[in-house]
Write a protein that binds this ligand. Structure first.
Ligand code: SF4
Ligand code: SF4
Length: 333
């Protein structure tokens, strides 16, 4: 049975891009050195910044991202530093290349999940999006991580380029021993913004046809599935995570965003300067969070309005939910 994962009021979630370097050039990559910096943060800076966002009175969750975070030569020490500070969960998102023999430098007790990105059930589809050879490398990485006892999750970013293979992921996930499956919706951001939107974004009907049924089938095979709610019925309540939750998206140039959809723009509400968190002047993302519009998420309307349908009277057929609002179907067998 699916349930909506409400925004946690007593948790701090830190999404830390410790480097913007990456060995790949995925078609939908949102990393932009002009907006996010082009360097790798040294260990001492990562540790200092982790301390800035840690609140001993709240659950602290850390997601380490890039670029490709395993390109950071001191990733294992970063994980250890986060644990020492008090972060209760640590996840590493990876494209599967697992540089610097990272699996040999960390133990499963220190990392909650290695989360691997696969965007197709076949190498033909996945590699068209992520690059030649990625599929085989990622599958190999997942097997190695699982064999070493790490919990493994897979992230699948659904677009019109790969929605036809979403259902084929179930036997692959079972075979690989994956315990969580995250289905993401394509965002028209970063490099994706250069694509024809019609070629990428799913309509509400396509979303309903492809995503929830696959999510339910995968969950029935013993794998917990999480996917964004995306479309809200008119009577459903819209809530912006920026107003009610603590999510911080950190980049190597010191920018701190509360909304991932804002990351392509200099709209960050905070900045780290001299190891202090400084509020940025108006107008920034925080000024958008309280705007009440019939389409739901303001940033969605500004940057990817192609997913909003209107009726003949000009009213939106659905509101667009906060991109951070998730549905979860617990594993069942
Ligand atoms: S692996 Fe991630 S950071 Fe690297 S190009 Fe692909 S989406 Fe971008
Ligand atoms: S995605 Fe929309 S609703 Fe969610 S934090 Fe950003 S602006 Fe708010």
């Amino acid at each position: 049975m699916k349930k909506t994962v409400l925004f946690a009021k007593n948790a701090v979630n830190v999404f830390f891009h410790i480097t913007t370097r990456c060995n790949l050039k995925c078609a939908h990559c949102y990393i932009n050195p002009d907006q996010h910096g082009d360097h790798t943060l040294p260990l001492h800076t990562v540790t200092d910044w982790l301390g800035l966002f840690y609140n001993p009175g709240k659950d602290a969750n850390l997601i380490l991202l890039g670029g490709e975070p395993t390109l950071h030569p001191e990733l294992a020490k970063i994980v250890e530093a986060a644990r020492q500070i008090g972060y209760g969960s640590v996840t590493i998102d990876t494209n599967g290349y697992l540089f610097h023999d990272i699996l040999d430098k960390i133990t499963p007790s220190r990392v909650d999940y290695f989360s691997f990105s696969l965007d197709g059930a076949t190498s033909a589809t996945n590699d068209r999006i992520r690059g030649a050879g990625c599929y085989d490398t990622c599958i190999r990485g997942i097997r190695q991580a699982a064999e070493k006892g790490f919990s493994v999750s897979v992230i699948y970013t659904v677009s019109r380029q790969n929605m036809h293979e979403l259902a084929d992921m179930k036997p692959i996930l079972e075979d690989l021993g994956v315990s969580r499956f995250f289905i993401q919706v394509i965002g028209i951001r970063g490099r994706s913004a250069g694509f024809d939107k019609e070629a990428l974004q799913l309509s509400p009907q396509e979303w309903e046809t492809h995503v929830p049924p696959v999510a339910e089938a995968v969950a029935r095979s013993g794998i917990t599935v999480t996917y964004p709610q995306v479309f809200l019925a008119p009577e459903e309540t819209f809530e912006c995570a920026g107003n009610v939750a603590e999510n911080y998206f950190l980049f190597p140039n010191g920018r701190v965003y509360q909304c991932p959809l804002c990351e392509d723009y200099p709209l960050h509400s905070m900045r780290i300067e001299n190891n202090r968190i400084c509020r940025t002047p108006k107008i920034n993302e925080a000024d958008l969070f309280s705007l009440d519009i019939p389409e739901g998420c303001v940033m969605n309307k500004l940057v990817q309005a192609g997913n909003i349908d209107y009726d003949s009277g000009g009213k939106p057929v659905c509101k667009i939910a906060c991109c951070l609002l998730k549905e979860e179907i617990p594993a069942s067998l």
